[in-house]
Design a protein around this ligand. Sequence first.
Ligand SMILES: NC(=O)C1=CN([C@@H]2O[C@H](COP(=O)(O)OP(=O)(O)OC[C@H]3O[C@@H](n4cnc5c(N)ncnc54)[C@H](O)[C@@H]3O)[C@@H](O)[C@H]2O)C=CC1
Ligand SMILES: O=C([O-])C1=[NH+]CCC1
Length: 310
Amino acid sequence: MVEHIKIISAKQVADILHYDELIPIIEKALADFSGRPESGIIQPIRTVLHLPSANGFLGIMPAYSEKDNALSTKLLTFFPKNTNISTHAALIVVFDCCTGIPKAIMDGDVITAQRTAAASAAATKHLTNGIPRQLAILGAGVQARSHYHALSYLYKFQQVKIWNHHMDKAKLLAAELGPEVEAVPEAKEAIQDADVIVTVTNSSVPVLQASWVKQGAHINAVGSCRPDWNEIAPELMHQAVVYVDTKEAAVKESGDIIKSGATIFAEIGEVIAGKAAARTTETTIFKSLGMAIEDTVTANLVMKKLDGRT
Ligand SMILES: NC(=O)C1=CN([C@@H]2O[C@H](COP(=O)(O)OP(=O)(O)OC[C@H]3O[C@@H](n4cnc5c(N)ncnc54)[C@H](O)[C@@H]3O)[C@@H](O)[C@H]2O)C=CC1
Ligand SMILES: O=C([O-])C1=[NH+]CCC1
């Protein structure tokens, strides 16, 4: 059986994935997820193993889409103390939906970076107030980079400010990205004029304060995927209208939700499907935890492209 499994590298995945195709696919997956079980999506809450000795995590993330005929599991590790090597590492195993036979093992790092940014881009498209001109990113790692590219695919920002707790990393990323991108020493300075804010740090305590955020801004809160970690000040969680990718996981996994006790207004998939309001004139937060179905539909796109089926 193993001889027939395709091994698909990060480079192959990166060559295939582009935001023009990925954002609509993720948008549809988010809507289908919120329309389950009728939409044919099956996705349990992920299993997360905590390794106290290394303060690391292993997540197992299976999902199935009947419409897409796609079945896969992502295996993801998160070791936040890693230095000089990545803090997250992922593999995706793709199965044949009729026989259950594994078809491929592919790199999951590029997919994790890009599908997460595509989900934030989809949320921003639905929740932002008018055309955003100023982007702020807190964090300067893998997700900071992919969020810049996904959001810049949708909008031409006049100014992008990046803050990181180590300024040198923010400076390096700013230099790599575009002439409109600037590294700033204080998070508050990055946030004050921002129409769209992205939080993508490994912090377990708030990096974004309520008083810094202008009324009507949209926030993609992407980090803090642990129940006892929060990246957003509880006051801001209460002031904003809170959207999530999955309500079921948000109340189990998200410290931003659990520690603040904030009310979830809707899943972003309900907004995309026209079943919940997009309250764009208010300050909005999209609390993203990441969903296996995003990986499954993205891996399916990679498979289809490699097979010449699309
Ligand atoms: N919602 C989702 O679907 C996903 C969420 N994530 C989460 O997004 C966050 C960023 O992920 P990556 O960019 O892949 O990680 P990364 O390790 O590449 O980047 C993390 C950034 O946070 C900074 N940082 C580390 N400790 C910090 C602290 N105590 N305070 C402030 N900044 C700190 C680092 O300097 C770095 O710039 C993580 O929390 C990760 O778990 C990652 C993948 C998917
Ligand atoms: O969905 C995902 O891949 C992740 N969520 C938090 C860390 C990685």
